[in-house]
Write a protein that binds this ligand. Structure first.
Ligand code: FES
Length: 107
């Protein structure tokens, strides 16, 4: 992999691959690709952007609040997309897209 090659986020349940560049959080990369990802504060405080990492590794920012993401959730592989960047070339995550988010994306 070249230094300039993007990381790839595989988004489940769709199975879609999304490019994520060096300076992107997972949330920014997924939004730029047009995916209706739920979010709120963008600062690791509300937990709206919670997702589960199924494969690969991400780095979670230290500013994440334990109220938004508990220690147990971290151990189970949950992350906050607004505060995560990829560490491995490929990262597979599962995001539950709310119905309202899906409707907004369709309109
Ligand atoms: S948007 Fe609030 S924790 Fe990510």
């Amino acid at each position: 992999m070249n230094d300039d090659d993007p990381y790839i986020i595989r988004l489940l349940p769709d199975g879609k691959d999304v490019e994520c560049f060096e300076e992107d959080t997972l949330l920014e990369a997924l939004e730029r690709d047009g995916n209706p990802i739920p979010f709120g504060c963008r600062k690791g405080q509300c937990g709206s952007c919670k997702a589960r990492v199924l494969d690969g590794e991400v780095e979670l920012d230290e500013k994440v609040s334990p109220f938004a993401l508990s220690e147990q959730e971290r151990e189970e592989g949950w992350v906050l997309l607004c505060c995560s960047i990829p560490l491995t070339d490929k990262v597979t995550i599962r995001v539950e897209l709310g119905e309202s988010a899906m409707e907004a994306a369709a309109s």
